[in-house]
Design a protein around this ligand. Sequence first.
Ligand code: HEC
Length: 131
Amino acid sequence: MKKLLFLPVAGMIGLLFFQATQKPEVETYPELHSLAPDMPANVKAVVDQKCYGCHNAESKNEKGKAKLDWDAFESSKKSKQLAAKGKIREVLEKGEMPPKKFLENKPEGKLSEEELSTLLEWSGGKKKSTD
Ligand code: HEC
């Protein structure tokens, strides 16, 4: 009897465990992807989720938009892209983005260690852990 009960229970646990380990699909913005075909997918995913909201052509965040517009990024000249990357690396290394005030109300907007190193690597900076 005990063995017969064990099987379905083990199956249920196995199923739950399987579901818990499945990574959810990363939500993406098609506009950014078509405009920035050269950006690695993992970088785009981080930018989409953590930066794009304030830094895009239609952003209501006028200051953020003026400083960095991801929609214009890929279509701009290589020299401009390089300069923008330099700025991005700078703010990331100083921990200035996303802005502290914004994170007070939206702590989930913070970059994880992994996301931070993805962006740092892409922008030409060092990984935080090797600093
Ligand atoms: C809540 C809105 C918001 C988010 C999210 C955000 N930014 Fe910004 N960003 C701003 C604002 C506002 C400024 C202008 C700051 C200023 O001028 O003082 C700015 C400025 C910048 C600048 C220009 C800095 C300079 O001095 O020229 C860079 C580069 C930048 N952000 C990169 C990023 C990156 C990378 C992310 C994602 C990790 C990000 N931002 C997320 C609002 C945001």
